[in-house]
Design a protein around this ligand. Sequence first.
Ligand code: AMP
Ligand code: MG
Length: 421
Amino acid sequence: MSSKPDSDCCSGGPAGPALKVADALERVLSEARPVVGAETLAVRSALGRVLCTDIVSSIDVPSHTNSAMDGYALDGKELVAEGETRMHVTGTAAAGRPFAGEVGAGQCVRIMTGAPMPAHTDTVVMQEHVSRDGETAILQGGQRTGQNVRQAGEDIGAGDVALRVGTLLMPAELGIIASLGVSEVSVYRRPRVAFFSTGDELKSVGEPLDTGEIYDSNRYTLYGMLTRLGVEIVDMGVVRDERDAVERAFAEAASRADVIVTSGGVSVGDADYVTEILEQAGSVGFWKVAMQPGRPLTFGRVGDALFFGLPGNPIAVMVTFYQFVQPALQALAGIPDPAPPPSVSAVTAEPLRKKPGRREYQRGVLSRDGDGRLFVRRTEHQGSGILSSMSVANCFIVLPEDSGPVPEGDEVTVQPFVTFV
Ligand code: AMP
Ligand code: MG
C-alpha cells in the first residue's frame, strides 16, 4: 500500500475518478489476513467461530451399519426373485438394543430405525411391505438386496477430515463435531475492532442537545453490525473534529485493535481530518469509491491495524460496512472466501432512478407476487441520512456502474437482509 492516495482512484480531487466497488473490495481483501492466535473452546461456545485446524474423525459416523427404516432385516440372498418371501421372525433389534443372536437360513429380525444390522443381514424390508402371520413375516415382492441400510462411516469415515480449517461453525457444524464425540475445538481468536464517531455536532444518548447538535446514531448501528458478526468490540465514543483529538484516537485504536472503524470526517470539508491524519499516522489505500451512498470511503492502515473511515451519513455507514468491512472481518476471522452479502434477482415493480458511472445501493422492499415471482420496490425515502429507510427496507437494490435509469419490469440484483442456517 502506498503512503499517498493512489493516482487511479484519488487524483483529480473530490470530483476526480473513483475506484470501482469490485476493485476497492479486492484491495481490501488483499490486505485482510486471518488474525494470529487461537483458543480452545467447548463445542457450544464455538458457535459462530472459525476452525483454525482441520477436525479429523477418529470414528466412523454412523459407528455401525444400521437400519434406515422400521421393518425386517434379512440376508438379501433369501429374497424370492418374483413374488412374496416368507420368513421366520427370530428376534428384535432396536436403536441402542442390538440383536445378538444368529440369523439362520429362512430367518429375519424385526428391526427399528437406527438399530445395528444383525450379523449376516444386509437388507431391510420396510414394515409397510410386510404382513405377519404369527411368527412368520410375509414380505411383498419387488425388494432389492441392500435396501434401507445405512453403512457404517457413510456420513464420515474414521480418518476423514470432517471439517476443514476455515469452516464457520454454524448449528450444523456443532452437530457434526458432537457426532464425532469431540468436546473441544481450536478456533481463531475473535478479531478486535475499535470504533469511534467523529463530529463536533454529535452528542451521546442521555445528554441534552444544543442547537445544531444531533445524537450519535452511527456508533449504535456499528455496535449492532459488529456484535452480530461476533467480533470483539472496543467502543471509543465520540471524537471531536480536532486534529489532535483525531490523532490521539488513531494511536489508541491502533494499539488496541486489529481493525479501526470510524464514521464521519472523510469528505473534504474544513473539519474533515480523518483522511489527512491517516496519511500521517499510517497509509491510505484509497479514499473514494464509485458508489452511492458511500463515495468518500477511506481505507488504509495504521500500524498493523486495518483502517476503515466510513462516511458520516447513517445509510452510507451501513452500506459500506456490509460491502467492505464485513468481508474484511470475515477474512480476519479466518474465513477463506469472504464475500459481500449474497444476492438474488428480482423484478422491479417501478422505474428506478439511477445515474450511470457509479454503483448504487438503494433501499428496497422485496416480496413475492401471486405467481411466486420476487419483485422489489424502493423505500419511499432514499436520502443517505434517512436511517428509517433501512428499517423499512428488507434488501439493498444493487444497480451496477454502467446502468442508467431502470424501467419497470426489468430484472435487478438485490441483497436480502435476512440470512439463516
Ligand atoms: P461527515 O461525513 O462528517 O461530513 O458527516 C455527514 C453527515 O452525517 C452529517 O450530516 C453528519 O451530521 C452526519 N453524521 C456524522 N456522524 C454521525 C453520527 N455518528 N451519527 C449520526 N449522524 C452522523
Ligand atoms: Mg463530520
